[in-house]
Design a protein around this ligand. Structure first.
Ligand code: PAF
Length: 274
């Protein structure tokens, strides 16, 4: 892959990169479409990265459908380059994450509830960037905190890789697309659009001028009454530094972020509030 990317660069071709963990859905395919549009060559990696899982059961049960994924990519464009590394190729016997400092972005929300997760993400993304040598890399806003961390990583690496954010791709009922949705029971799948509804509610309240504390209280109580969903956190944070907001300051952008358990399955979502 490294040699191939080097050759493409020598030929003056621009490389777009979409890193994934497979079980591709429309959300991934929309990232790939953006890359196909912007670049001469598009590389999609499929690698279930062990170092970003804080829960071994989640890693073991993470959906893997490589044949189906390859078919979906081929349908989209026959020239997509698919990189399917083995853990040995990537980690060479040392399956460990490096430690990163992202100025506090990594400490809140997912970082607080999934210790070590972003070290694992940054470690793999850095390794993949070194191999694939992209000009542009595409990340979905569904993992907004990950996106902010990767933007910061790219600045730290000084490789001049452009990080391109892509809007959340939702099912018709509002549920944000995620490979984990495949593991929901029919009952939990039926309940899951509540995440989107609760974020919309938060946005409505923000537009009505309610302060963050009141909105957070209202959202928590919506989940307290829900028979099937357990809220892990709902946070309102500044889009730039991801620190929890105590007030909506003019000129700044804020988002609502949540993590919810639907049975054993942990779902996350977020929405711009202003
Ligand atoms: O968002 C994901 O699927 C993963 O975190 C990523 C960026 C592919 C790294 O393993």
């Amino acid at each position: 892959m490294h040699d191939h990317a080097t050759a493409l660069r020598r030929q003056g071709q621009s490389i777009g990169f979409v890193p994934t963990m497979g079980a591709l859905h429309q959300g991934h395919l929309s990232l790939v479409q953006h890359s196909l549009r912007d670049n001469d060559a598009t590389v999609v990696s499929i690698f279930v990265n062990p170092t970003q899982f804080d829960n071994p059961d989640d890693l073991a049960k993470y959906p893997r459908f490589v044949e189906k994924d390859l078919h979906a990519l081929e349908q989209l464009d026959k020239n997509i380059i698919v990189y399917l590394p083995l853990a040995e190729d990537i980690y060479q016997g040392r399956v460990e994450a490096d430690h990163y400092d992202f100025g506090g972005l990594e400490k809140v929300m997912e970082g607080a509830f999934r210790p070590g997760h972003f070290d694992g993400v940054a470690t793999i993304v850095r390794k993949l960037f070194d191999i694939v040598q992209p000009h542009r890399a595409y990340f979905g806003e569904k993992d907004f905190q990950q996106l902010r961390i990767i933007q910061t990583l790219a600045q730290q690496l000084k490789d001049s890789i452009e990080i391109v954010p892509v809007e959340i791709y939702r099912e018709n009922d509002g549920l944000a697309m995620s490979s984990r949705n495949l593991r929901l029971t029919p009952e939990h799948r039926g309940a899951a659009p509540f995440l989107y509804e609760s974020l919309q509610k938060a946005r409505e309240m923000a537009r009505e001028g309610l302060p963050p504390a009141a909105i957070k209280e209202a959202i928590r109580s919506m989940y307290d009454q829900h028979p099937l969903l357990d809220l892990e956190y709902f946070e309102i944070a500044d889009e730039e530094n991801l620190q929890p907001a105590t007030a909506f300051e003019p000129g700044k952008k804020y988002r609502g972020f949540l993590a919810v358990y639907a049975g054993d399955i942990r779902l996350i979502d977020n929405m711009a509030l202003n």
